[in-house]
Design a protein around this ligand. Structure first.
Ligand SMILES: NC(=O)c1ccc[n+]([C@@H]2O[C@H](COP(=O)([O-])OP(=O)(O)OC[C@H]3O[C@@H](n4cnc5c(N)ncnc54)[C@H](OP(=O)(O)O)[C@@H]3O)[C@@H](O)[C@H]2O)c1
Length: 316
């Protein structure tokens, strides 16, 4: 089962990479609405400003769109679901409770128990603690993003495709469940977890805080583009952001998102193949969105800073 989950994340990452490559080959003129298969393909990849910049889309595609401000729903689902998993895991690790039955099925899937028996290797308290810590980080990330959607960001009338919306809802359920699969197979039999902090927990959490601070700052910069000095919303248009990591890339908040997921991989001790597959998925998904945003800025603003990359400072 963990292998199936890792394969599913890897497949999703490959799909985003393939979409990125096809998009770069197509180099479709940004203002051509496009119908048919190509129009649908573009419609499934673009959202918000990169979708609205393509002119009038066919009516059948417009029927399948929902407001982009519904991004908020992703984080409501994530706060609830991952908060629920966090409480469950906390009870299992510290209060002798049991994990949900579906996760026990995963733990007793062929390959996992026999593996630890064969090698005679049993999990350490630090491995149990890593999974708990990463689930906590994911939950805190969702809480911050929810607060930003509600009180920081200023949404325009941008839209997303219904498929993107459903994907976003499922994504946060899948990602939390993936963290739960990182809990080692040996059941603690009511024995309390003794907290063992390792160097990679400290590195991971430090990186997480640093990336989260920058992501928040960048989202504040975007929101301020639409506000007066007194904080009143005066515009819903798109303009060129400056400051913080925007000085080097067009989408520093996407880059920060990638760093947040890498910081979780570090907190898990670097060795979770499944989590690295999640990181790959975020890498290609955010790269795709960054390329489209970068193209939007270059097409719409002749004064757009030439030295800015799309996604990764000085690289991409
Ligand atoms: N983990 C994942 O797979 C995943 C997937 C998607 C997003 N995310 C994260 O969610 C966060 C938000 O993503 P997003 O795609 O919604 O970012 P975004 O398109 O840049 O939008 C962020 C906010 O800024 C506004 N905005 C964007 N560009 C602007 C400009 N040039 N001038 C003025 N306002 C502007 C947007 O308004 P509009 O209403 O006009 O768009 C929105 O309110 C990011 O940190 C991203 O990393 C994560």
């Amino acid at each position: 089962m963990p292998a199936v989950l890792a394969a599913a994340w890897a497949l999703l990452a490959a799909a985003f990479l393939a979409a990125l490559l096809v998009l770069r080959r197509q180099q479709a003129p940004a203002r051509r609405p496009g119908g048919g298969i190509s129009g649908l393909f573009q419609d499934l990849l673009r959202y918000g400003k990169t979708k609205s910049g393509r002119g009038q889309r066919p009516a059948w595609l417009r029927r399948l769109q929902v407001p982009k401000r519904w991004f908020t729903h992703f984080y409501v689902v994530s706060v609830l679901w991952n908060g629920f998993l966090l409480i469950w895991l906390f009870r299992a690790e510290f209060l002798g409770g049991s994990l949900p039955s579906w996760i026990q099925h995963v733990h007793h899937a062929p390959g996992r128990d026999s593996q630890s028996e064969d090698t005679g290797k049993y999990s350490t308290d630090s491995e149990h603690f890593s999974a708990l810590l990463v689930l906590l980080l994911l939950w805190l990330h969702s809480c911050r993003r929810l607060a930003e959607c509600l009180w920081t960001s200023v949404f325009s009338n941008g839209v997303i495709h219904i498929v993107q919306y459903c994907f976003g809802l499922g994504y946060y359920i899948a990602v939390g469940s993936t963290v739960l699969c990182q809990v080692p197979t040996d059941v603690r039999n009511g024995k309390e977890l003794s907290v063992q902090i390792c160097w990679y927990h400290i590195v991971g959490v430090t990186m997480y805080i640093w990336a989260s601070l920058h992501q928040h700052r960048c989202l504040v910069i975007l929101a301020n583009l639409r506000k007066s000095k007194s904080g009143k919303v005066i515009s819903l248009s798109h303009s060129i952001p400056f400051g913080d990591w925007f000085e080097t890339v067009s989408c520093p908040h996407y880059f920060a998102e990638l760093l947040i997921y890498v910081s979780m991989a570090i907190t898990l001790g670097f060795h979770s193949v499944m989590w690295w597959c999640v990181v790959m998925c975020v890498l290609f998904n955010q790269a795709l969105a960054a390329v489209l945003s970068h193209e939007f800025y270059q097409k719409n603003f002749s004064s757009y800073p030439k030295h800015r990359k799309a996604f990764i400072p000085f690289v991409f």
